[in-house]
Ligand binder design. Sequence first.
Ligand code: SF4
Length: 335
Amino acid sequence: MAHMALKEARYWEQGEDGQVHCLLCPHGCRIAEGRTGFCRVRQNVGGVLRTLNYERVSAANWDPIEKKPLFHFHPGSPILSLGTVGCNLACAFCQNWSISQGNAGTRRMTALEALQAAQREPDNLGISYTYNEPFIWYEFVLETARLAKDAGLKNVLVTNGYINEEPLRELLPYIDAMNIDIKAMNDNFYRELCRGTSQPPRRTAEIAREAGCLVELTNLVIPNWNDRDEDIRALVDWVAALGPDVPLHFSRYHPDHKLTEPPTPVETLIRARRIAMEKLHYVYIGNVWAGDGENTLCPSCGELVIERRGFTVMRLSVKDGRCQFCGGDVAVVGT
Ligand code: SF4
């Protein structure tokens, strides 16, 4: 990683003996001179916390919004997708580990350059901060999202939800939609597989939703870890309390990075979806083809209102948040 622009980080305070105390995420790292925090992209340089990934981009692509996945936000739209390096969780099953835990190459891109890139494509919806964890890219995301919002573009986060409340609330006015990973409902899973705790991502989802941000959730279903009926029911009960119209994506795990469990059987995902549909309106299956697992049905009349294949919208029968068959509400924005 090149260290051209060591911008001072937001959200930190002086600690004892030259340490700095990072206040950005729940890890609350206390970092000695010359060392980095858990995420490896915030460093104590001479008693000041500095960010190592500011204006550093590891990947920039045009993706369909469905790939995030966001199924209820401007369906069928392309979005400029940017990522950097680093993560503040260390998931043993990470499917993007070369950029989240590794040292992928980066190139410099300023917030203005990101905006200009986003404006180059006339149909572009906005900017998605994705591929690795955007909250530990905080300063760049905040700066870029402000510019994009002022220019009439949308901002989207694909995140593990691992951030403290104060920085989250500062960023939220500029964020239109988020997909948040809820990996499991218990600390045991987060501690053993991710080196974190389970509550912060749920709090992020609750705060984001209260603030009017469109929230979709992803749960990677891993055999022997979070695939029992009681695991699924605990998740679904919490999502239902957040709102039965919150879309939930069950995603198929396959062995990657350090975890060697076998891939999730498709039947497990279908079972999870069936359980979730008892309480939620919009439940999807991702990372594998599973029949109608990507389609949206009208909660009122049951008609197929959005048909998807892969990341492509094949048919769209929602207008201004209403089913075109029965006029009932369908929680989709931007049609
Ligand atoms: S953002 Fe990074 S340095 Fe700061 S508390 Fe979280 S893991 Fe530690």
